[in-house]
Design a binder for this molecule. Sequence first.
Ligand code: SF4
Length: 197
Amino acid sequence: MADMSHWEQCVLNCSACPLCATRTQVVCGNRNYDATIALIGEAPGREEDRLGTPFAGSAGAVLDQFLADSGIDRRKLYITNTVKCRPYTPTEKGGRNRKPKKSEIDACKPFLMAEMLVIEPQLIVTLGATPLSVVMDGKLPKMEDEHGRLRRWELVGGIEVFPLYHPAALIYDRSKTAAYRQDMENLRLLLTQRGLI
Ligand code: SF4
């Protein structure tokens, strides 16, 4: 099993960006350190911040659908987010989730890279532009061009990355649904060819 204890200790005590002041807790990955596939989302939302678990609450439904569509066994999957603390805009009702800022993504990038280097998944799947921007070294990707295009993340040893639209984006733009479904089919094919499912 990969030794993540040092990594976890660092991230749990992190104050490298202002999100440390407003988090309930740091949300690490799902601790499935022997996983062969990694799924990277954007950032913890309210439920994840409350529970300390990635892909909880409404994001849990996203994960369940992803597992059903891809055919990946949950036990083979490491799930994490690009930033580990919840970004939100304060409201009277406990805050509205927001996208992480570039400065927050940059501050958290070493943690994401470190966990990929230790886990060494055979494939990384990214959801939406935020995690892909880290893979692309800070460049904001045009998802219309990048989705479904296999690339390598050279800074973590050339691990292959399969970029997907974020499923939440489909709620607001149904025109992307067909492309997302095609990507999922291609991903499933790739995973089968590689013997990963
Ligand atoms: S989001 Fe990342 S960099 Fe910012 S405080 Fe949390 S762990 Fe540290």
